[in-house]
Design a protein around this ligand. Structure first.
Ligand code: NAP
Length: 373
């Protein structure tokens, strides 16, 4: 990776639609020319200089649009592997070009800690949204670079909670220091111990258009093919999904919010749902007939490295009461309307992240047929 001083980092800061080779003068003039337009929710003086770590895959795509609309100056820090802007299905040309003209990009790898430190200290951001951080070591250089940071807003995960017989998970509940999300926990502890004004959101399963995690897509592929839906065990396992646009609104609502200072909030949908209920909700949302559901005992199968189902096979859900009462946030999407939004703007238009793969289904169905005969 590149240089270790502010000069280099400034050269790397450019609008998405400008090539990397463009001069610093253009970069700086764009920064100076930046003016919030349209309906503003913030005054010029309360507009923040915001850095989003990430921002081009899923959550960040919706969050950055909201922040730009609110009049903030938003820079995305990414490696530039994914396009910095992409027009969303259903997004008006004018909205897209407005967003594209205002969003800024700082190109780099966050694992290059020296570059992170030099480029961020040269820029001096007010607020960081860390959407893609997984390990505490990736956060330290950001804090080192920005001693006057007003707020660090972190995307954690409900995966940090210790598995329990007592549900839903509340923010005060025991956490699992050995879970695969332990880096999220260590990051929350680091933010606390360094005295940072932080806010951490813990989403459960996230769904919505552009979802990289094949959650609803897994059901839509099977529904479209008219195939039965294989669900492990009873199908009565209870889980929770939150729409990405509701999560993005929660991220905006904690910005500059004193009530969110040094706080952690679960963010997800209002209702819990069983796996069977989710299969039916996907069918309803997308206009398919109610599916045939096949239950199987996963212990009877060896799928090798393949995943036969996109959720952990357990009850897993949180209380979102704290976010509702403290922030006044509440989800706008119920499950069926949220799934319809996802279907209509994504899968229903022929776009998805993973090709249909029914190999494990066929193994399950083959065995089920033998068992039934
Ligand atoms: N999916 C769920 O159900 C769920 C549940 C709970 C929590 N979460 C959390 O949600 C977050 C993921 O959200 P998202 O993918 O939608 O976020 P996003 O910010 O929209 O996208 C991820 C971004 O990270 C950038 N990136 C990846 N590696 C990088 C690196 N080494 N240096 C710089 N940039 C890098 C990618 O761009 P480039 O590739 O171009 O660099 C991309 O812009 C994670 O923190 C995850 O733990 C997800």
């Amino acid at each position: 990776m590149g240089g270790t001083n502010g000069h280099v980092s400034n050269k790397r800061l450019h609008g998405y639609n400008r090539s990397c080779g463009e001069s610093e003068a253009i970069v700086i003039s764009q920064l100076k020319l930046w003016q919030p337009k349209g309906t503003l929710h913030v005054t010029a003086s309360s507009a923040k200089k915001i850095l989003i770590m990430g921002g081009t895959r899923f959550i960040g795509v919706f969050l950055s649009r909201l922040l730009v609309k609110e009049g903030h100056q938003v820079t995305l820090f990414t490696r530039g592997k994914a396009p910095i802007t992409q027009q969303l299905p259903g997004e008006a040309d004018s909205d897209f070009s407005d967003f594209s003209s205002k969003i800024l990009h700082l190109k780099g790898d966050r694992k290059d800690f020296e570059f992170v430190k030099s480029s961020l200290s040269a820029e001096g951001f007010d607020v960081v949204y860390d959407i893609n951080g997984r390990e505490a070591v990736e956060v330290e250089p950001i804090l080192d670079a920005l001693p006057n940071l007003e707020q660090y807003i972190y995307c954690s995960s409900a995966g940090v909670y210790l598995k329990t017989d007592y549900l839903p998970h509340f923010e005060v509940d025991a956490v699992d220091p050995k879970s695969r999300h332990k880096g999220k926990l260590e990051t929350e502890s680091l933010l606390e111990s360094r005295g940072v004004n932080y806010t951490s959101l813990r989403p459960v399963y996230i769904y919505g258009p552009l979802n990289y995690n094949p959650v609803e897509e897994w059901f839509f592929h099977r529904l479209k093919a008219g195939r039965p839906i294989p669900i492990p065990n009873s199908g009565l396992q209870v889980t929770q999904l939150g729409h990405v646009k509701d999560l993005a609104r929660a991220f905006v609502q904690v910005l500059g919010n004193e009530k969110a200072s040094k706080q952690i909030f679960n963010i997800s949908g209002e209702k819990y749902v069983t796996f069977d209920g989710l299969a039916k909700a996907c069918a309803k949302a997308a206009g398919f007939p109610e599916p045939e559901i096949i239950h199987y005992n996963p212990k009877e199968f060896d799928f090798g490295k393949k995943k036969s189902f996109p959720f952990r096979d357990q009850h897993f859900f949180t209380s979102i009461e704290k976010a509702k009462s403290v922030l006044g946030w509440k989800p706008e999407f119920d499950l069926v309307s949220g799934l319809a939004d996802s279907y209509n703007l994504d899968f229903g238009r022929g776009t998805f992240r993973k090709e249909a793969d029914f190999e494990t289904d066929d193994i399950i169905l083959g065995k089920s047929l033998v068992l039934q005969s």
